[in-house]
Ligand binder design. Structure first.
Ligand SMILES: NC(=O)c1ccc[n+]([C@@H]2O[C@H](COP(=O)([O-])OP(=O)(O)OC[C@H]3O[C@@H](n4cnc5c(N)ncnc54)[C@H](OP(=O)(O)O)[C@@H]3O)[C@@H](O)[C@H]2O)c1
Length: 238
């Protein structure tokens, strides 16, 4: 497969890139920390890995870089938008940054990707949202809202596929807790997965063209609870 993986420098994205590279897929890997992308390429010297510096918050540049990826790869099979940020008790600037990356950046890339696949008549777009998409949060309302946006946007794209583009698949990946640099400062985490385990389950969900998947699988229990618990109770947990 020919894959673009947005946000491949650390955590879940890095493990996913390593998994796909070890399976021999051709990959464009993006992020702002170019040295980590080069490190990834050097890890797999005999594989086709193309590091690409991209800041998702610079949406016009990011879309132009997607055009250059198309030229580089020829036919793209799979685009994974994993880049995201989250801050515990964010400042105003951090809240806006979260929206710039998780919402504006996501739409800029998801819209490009969906249109690309729709024009080709086939392909798969994957977005890494979160279990957080299922509820608000007293600690990081902007993060949870940004992930709810992603989940809802992907749901809309799936509806568009059902109407017009039956061979364009959209997969919403909703991790619970994964041990990555993003969650280093978090307290009270449970059922924490390694990024390697998360990557394996994500890759399986992608192959199966799942619509929505919780990572790890047992978080579906929490997701179901989140739909029925009242806000006063949720505010004690999140
Ligand atoms: N870890 C969890 O428990 C958890 C749970 C639910 C959802 N998620 C989601 O999973 C995704 C990956 O997170 P992670 O936990 O693996 O955290 P991470 O290790 O901090 O990885 C975040 C990735 O996003 C990229 N990124 C951030 N800002 C960017 C920007 N402006 N432009 C381009 N790339 C940017 C980073 O690359 P650079 O810094 O090099 O740019 C990095 O590759 C995120 O969307 C996160 O919300 C994580």
């Amino acid at each position: 497969m020919k894959i673009i993986l947005i946000g491949a420098t650390s955590g879940i994205g890095r493990s996913l890139a390593e998994l796909y590279a070890s399976q021999g897929h051709e990959l464009v890997v993006t992020g702002r920390r170019v040295t980590l992308l080069e490190e990834l390429k050097n890890q797999f010297p005999d594989k086709l890995i193309h590091p690409l510096e991209m800041d998702v918050a610079k949406i016009d540049d990011a879309r132009k870089l997607m055009d250059s990826c198309e030229k580089l790869l020829g036919e793209i099979d799979l685009i994974i938008i994993n880049a995201g940020v989250g801050y515990p008790k964010a400042t105003y600037e951090q809240e806006i940054n979260t929206i710039d990356i998780n919402v504006r950046g996501f739409v800029a890339l998801a819209q490009w990707s969906y249109n690309y696949f729709a024009k080709k008549g086939r392909g798969q777009l994957v977005g890494v949202s979160s279990l957080a998409s299922q509820t608000g949060s007293a600690y990081s309302p902007e993060y949870h809202a940004s992930k709810a946006f992603m989940a809802n946007y992907m749901s809309g794209l799936r509806m568009r596929s059902a109407k017009y583009n039956p061979n364009v698949y959209v997969t919403d990946i909703r991790p619970g807790y994964v041990d990555t640099p993003m969650t280093k400062q978090n307290k009270g985490m449970f059922w924490v997965a390694t990024p390697e385990k998360a990557a394996r389950q994500i890759a399986n969900a992608i192959v199966s063209k799942r619509k929505v998947v919780y990572i790890t699988k047992r978080y579906i229990i929490i997701a179901t609870l989140l739909k029925i618990l009242p806000e006063w109770l949720l505010s004690k947990l999140f």
